[in-house]
Design a protein around this ligand. Structure first.
Ligand SMILES: [Zn+2]
Length: 332
């Protein structure tokens, strides 16, 4: 990994905007491409710019763009579908097989001074939302997608398995979506301590306490209305059917590296619903609105900010995976 001059097209189409990048968050997928050079079928075969969680300022607008102007502070959705695809027409453009996603080979990412992006996937930030928060909208969108798919009812009890950045963000999304309480489980106490500071969040360290015991003890033995599996760990996936309440909903957020067992009969015996999510679609406006309204405060999750010239050090820090680090960001 290095910082260097690298040719990128900044040609502005009529429906595009050009953006001076301000802040880029480092995501687990960026780190994985750095350390392993591939994620599943996506293999880095030639130099690739990393980064897909970004906010910046509009520096040019295409002739057909009406909702953005030069100087607007914005954040960007990193996945661009084929606008004429069936998935797009169905409103599920996140699963368009033709989607082009920043920093997913062979598509370059946005950790670079300027990018050109479709205006339709570029969102104005309210004045009270910082660039740092704007760069958090991308991971927040995953949590919002999970909360939407869960069909949360006011007062529901949710469990979130896994206190990584996405697990934490999913917990906050579930609370904002109407859950009365969210129980977050993990093996790393420092992570639980960070998310446990939020009102409405309870934590269970599964090294000391069985999650099922805690959930039963605090739900009169009924179980959790919603279970978000955000660890991708096989034992957690298997435990989903135990922890969910009869008639409840399980949302698979984490992505196990290999296929893992699921307790189908356990789910059937409760008539539980199992749903999956893949990234997000049509949620950026909701995510921004929840930050702007103060209903979701992501600032405590931004652990440290690095200068662009220190980007390699920032990635090496991310590789360390300190349990006290949630989100590391780079400012250009
Ligand atoms: Zn990400």
């Amino acid at each position: 990994m290095s910082l260097r001059d690298y040719p990128v097209s900044l040609e502005l189409g009529p429906h595009d905007v050009r953006i001076a990048i301000h802040t880029v968050g480092i995501c687990g997928s960026d780190v994985h491409y750095y350390t392993h050079g591939k994620i599943g079928p996506f293999v880095v075969k030639e130099p690739m710019i990393l980064g897909h969680e970004a906010a910046g300022t509009v520096t040019a607008v295409g002739t057909e763009v009406t909702h953005l102007k030069i100087g607007d502070r914005v954040c960007m959705e990193p996945g661009i579908p084929d606008l004429n695809s069936k998935a797009m027409r169905l409103g599920m453009y996140n699963v368009d097989p033709a989607v082009r996603f920043w920093a997913t080979p062979p598509v370059n990412g946005c950790l670079t001074p300027e990018v050109v992006h479709p205006a339709a996937f570029t969102f104005k930030l309210p004045d009270n939302v910082s660039f740092a928060e704007g760069a958090m909208v991308e991971p927040l969108a995953v949590g919002i997608q999970a909360a939407l798919k869960a069909g949360i009812k006011p007062g529901d009890t949710a469990v979130v398995m896994g206190a990584g950045p996405i697990g934490m963000i999913t917990a906050l999304s579930a609370l904002a979506g109407g859950c009365s309480r969210v129980i977050v489980s993990d093996v790393a106490q420092p992570k639980l301590d960070i998310i446990g500071k939020y009102p409405g969040v309870e934590t269970v360290n599964v090294r000391n306490t069985k999650l099922l015991d805690y959930v039963r003890a605090t739900t009169e033995g009924w179980g959790a209305d919603i279970v978000f599996e955000a660890s991708g760990a096989a034992p957690a996936v298997l435990d989903v059917a135990n922890v969910v309440a009869p008639g409840g909903t399980c949302i698979m957020v984490g992505m196990p590296v290999d296929p893992v067992p699921v307790d189908i009969v356990g789910l059937q015996a409760k008539e539980a619903t199992l749903r999956t999510i893949f990234r997000y679609a049509n949620v950026y406006d909701r995510a921004i609105a929840l930050i702007a309204s103060g209903k979701i405060d992501l600032k405590p999750l931004i652990t440290e900010t690095f200068a662009f010239r220190d980007s390699v050090a920032a990635f090496d820090r991310a590789v360390e995976a300190r349990p006290t680090d949630v989100k590391l960001q780079i400012v250009l």
